[in-house]
Design a protein around this ligand. Structure first.
Ligand SMILES: NC(=O)c1ccc[n+]([C@@H]2O[C@H](COP(=O)([O-])OP(=O)(O)OC[C@H]3O[C@@H](n4cnc5c(N)ncnc54)[C@H](O)[C@@H]3O)[C@@H](O)[C@H]2O)c1
Ligand SMILES: [Zn+2]
Length: 354
């Protein structure tokens, strides 16, 4: 897995360089463009293509989680074929996680597999979604259940593109950033813990550095464990709790990364109850959330215990009323714990967020 290129204002030059380095040279570039990112990204993409001497065909990506479906990915594949795709075509996803998940999956299957690359345009895609080669669409039965591992040739993350990102999406991206910093520990954790109020937003120098560290950390984990054995599973810190909260509240009230932030608070409490982390770790995390405008409570009423139990057990890792949870130990250290009673996990959510 190639290290993501991350920086401020790097898109045109870096993308041109990455495209020029592709062997064999692409016959054409199928640009799958997120409509939300079009204004800020497309002039730079056009210039980079021209610099690399490549022809681009622009296709509009479906927008929004509700359209991350098999039907939409099929339509996208049809449009690629109608645009003249051949085995040497190169797919370039330009957008947030919905766009990279769909364009990557379309690339995995169209003509039995096309090479692809990603230009991440949301903070969440930069630190997480575009990195790691998991591509998928949702099924009516649940999120990300139909897809493929298909690794991009490169990932370009230019924080200058975040200038137009809505506040809500910033917050969601920060949720995953906190998760990665906890897992990475060391310099990244200390950088986050010391980041002053307001420094993790638009144009923040601190933000670009942390985003780069997060993207590189994830790429490292994925390189060592591409198909999700135990190490990659640790990246699910906060996610078993988070997915249940996200589904219960709906994407309008709780974005994925916001739900992960709440899930981390639950994981810290569960860990402390087992004597696995410092008892005041949750309080310290709440203070960090307050500095950086992350949620510390459910928006609206907490779902019932029965609903939470049902949603937690729907998790891909659940087995017979028992859950597999990632519990934080200390910055840089987390443990995969099997066989946690779902009732206990529900009680943790109610105590943490109730
Ligand atoms: N494959 C993976 O490993 C992985 C990991 C984490 C998340 N994901 C997936 O990623 C998705 C979430 O991604 P997301 O948070 O990026 O949401 P998203 O892709 O829905 O983007 C959020 C919104 O921001 C808009 N947008 C994108 N770039 C913009 C920009 N520069 N300026 C203004 N608006 C912009 C989009 O059009 C969209 O409306 C989920 O579907 C999730 O399942 C995948
Ligand atoms: Zn996530």
């Amino acid at each position: 897995v190639r290290k993501p290129d991350c920086g401020q204002g790097i898109l045109r030059d870096t993308l041109a360089r990455r495209l020029r380095a592709l062997r064999p040279r692409p016959s054409r570039v199928l640009v799958v463009l997120d409509p939300g990112a079009a204004e800020v990204a497309s002039p730079r993409i056009h210039r980079a293509l021209a610099d690399a001497g490549l022809e681009g065909t622009f296709l509009r990506a479906p927008r929004g989680e509700a359209r991350k479906t098999l039907d939409e990915v099929g339509k996208l594949a049809s449009r690629m074929v109608r645009a003249g795709a051949d085995r040497r075509s190169f797919v370039l996803a330009v957008g947030g996680g919905v766009c990279s998940d769909m364009a990557g999956f379309a690339a995995a299957s169209t003509l039995r597999g096309l090479r692809w690359g990603a230009v991440a345009t949301t903070l969440l895609a930069m630190v997480d979604a575009a990195v790691g080669g998991k591509t998928a669409v949702n099924l009516p039965e649940g999120k990300n259940l139909f897809g493929a591992f298909h690794f991009p040739e490169f990932i370009v993350a230019d924080t200058a593109l975040l200038a137009t990102l809505p506040a809500r999406e910033w917050r969601a991206g920060r949720g995953e950033l906190v998760k990665t910093a906890m897992l990475a520990g060391g310099v990244m954790w200390r950088g986050l813990a010391a980041a002053p109020k307001g420094s993790l937003g638009r144009r923040g120098k601190v933000l670009t550095g942390l985003a780069r560290q997060a993207a590189i950390y994830k790429a490292g984990v994925v390189t060592r464990d591409p198909r999700e054995g135990d190490e990659r599973k640790l990246l699910n810190l906060g996610h078993t709790f988070g997915h249940a909260l996200e589904t219960a509240a709906g994407p309008r009230r709780l974005r994925h990364g916001e739900a992960v932030a709440l899930g981390i608070l639950c994981a810290l409490r569960a860990s402390a109850e087992h004597g696995m982390c410092a008892p005041d770790a949750e309080e310290e995390m709440r203070a960090l959330y307050q500095r950086h405008d992350l949620p510390t409570a459910m928006p609206g009423p907490l779902p019932s215990a029965a609903t939470l139990r049902r949603l937690m057990l729907r998790d891909k890792k659940a087995d017979d009323g028992r859950l597999e949870l990632v519990l934080p130990l200390a910055p840089g250290h987390a443990a995969l714990v099997q066989g946690v009673d779902a009732a206990e996990a529900v009680a943790v959510i109610r105590h943490t967020l109730g």
